[in-house]
Ligand binder design. Structure first.
Ligand code: SAM
Length: 296
């Protein structure tokens, strides 16, 4: 991570944060239960729940037993979803009745969040090429009672179609540096070779997504890594090819803006329309979110 020392605001706070335990956050599945009812049931079982100030259907939870071991979890009343992982779907802003594609969907946290914001009305295509991870995706969509989704198994860069979706989410496979609080080996950063290999795939995924969305439609590109090559570099690639244009997005909590340059690469001032999330900003993991529009 040392290579990010000059770009991460308040490096010492960042370094402390990635060595601290990560809070547990759950998202109420409002397709099944209200946040108030969920809170009452879980507090009745000895958990303490504090609503997130910026997303009141989500709670930070503490308790003596794992939050995944309750009857309410098995009944699909909530999904355990890390706070920063809630942001890409907020940026996507799905609406009831739309056609939405989640190109890299397993295990289904964001796909089920999309279905929830759609009020389970419309069409959600949840795609995942890994057969093993596909099982987790299907299990989660069943458990949460999502009915508007169909599940497909296809490498995202070869996903067929043209201009068929109102919105597409590319929550890309990435080097995961933002998850260093849970994966201590990532505190030293991911290997550059891996970062470059993933960036090549991510460029193909985002370019494909911008063909799959209708002209004027929205694509959100997100990762849980800090590597500019996998974030700003991927967005620069599609901007240079005229495949999409950046839409400014401001999340409802502290954040940093995308970088205009890093390690000799020029990404451009417009990358300030993208968002970087650091673990010390709101006690979360780290990541990146960009909102793009396909030119009309
Ligand atoms: N969106 C998911 C969620 O919120 O639960 C997490 C997605 S995870 C960051 C990235 C996913 O992309 C993994 O499940 C991985 O198997 C999948 N993936 C890997 N290669 C892919 C490809 N070529 N096309 C589409 N998805 C791919």
């Amino acid at each position: 991570m040392e290579r990010y020392k000059d770009i991460i605001p308040d490096w010492d706070a960042f370094w402390r944060a990635i060595h601290a335990p990560l809070p547990t956050v759950i998202r109420t599945n409002t397709l099944r239960i209200t946040p108030e009812e969920l809170r009452e049931r879980l507090e009745g079982k000895g958990f303490s729940l504090a609503p997130l100030p910026w997303e009141e259907s989500c709670f930070q939870v503490t308790g003596d037993t794992p939050i995944g071991n309750t009857l309410e979890h098995w009944l699909g009343y909530y999904y355990v979803q890390e706070a920063s992982q809630l942001l890409p779907v907020l940026a996507l802003s799905p609406r009831p009745g739309e056609r939405i594609l989640d190109l890299c969907a397993a295990p289904g946290g964001k796909a089920s969040q999309i279905a929830q914001y759609m009020g389970d009305e419309g069409l959600l295509v949840a795609n995942e090429p890994s057969p093993k991870r596909l099982r987790a995706l299907l299990a989660n969509l069943y458990r949460l009672g999502v009915r508007c989704a169909v599940v497909t198994e296809c490498p995202g860069e070869r996903f067929p179609g043209e201009g068929e979706y109102d919105r597409v989410l590319v929550d890309a496979p990435c080097s995961g540096e933002g998850t260093a609080r849970r994966h201590p080996h990532l505190r030293k950063g991911a290997p550059l070779g891996l970062i470059r290999r993933l960036a090549a795939l991510q460029k193909r995924l985002l370019a494909r997504a911008l063909k799959l969305v209708r002209p004027g439609g929205i694509v959100v590109y997100s990762t849980c890594t800090l590597a500019p090559e996998e974030n700003e570099g991927v967005v620069r690639y599609v901007l240079d090819r005229g495949l999409g244009e950046l839409v400014p997005w401001t999340p409802p909590l502290p954040h940093a803006r995308g970088l205009s340059r890093f390690a000799g690469e020029e990404y451009g001032k417009e990358l300030a329309k993208t968002v970087r999330i650091y673990p010390h900003h709101f006690d979360s993991e780290g990541g990146f979110v960009a909102v793009l529009r396909r030119p009309a």
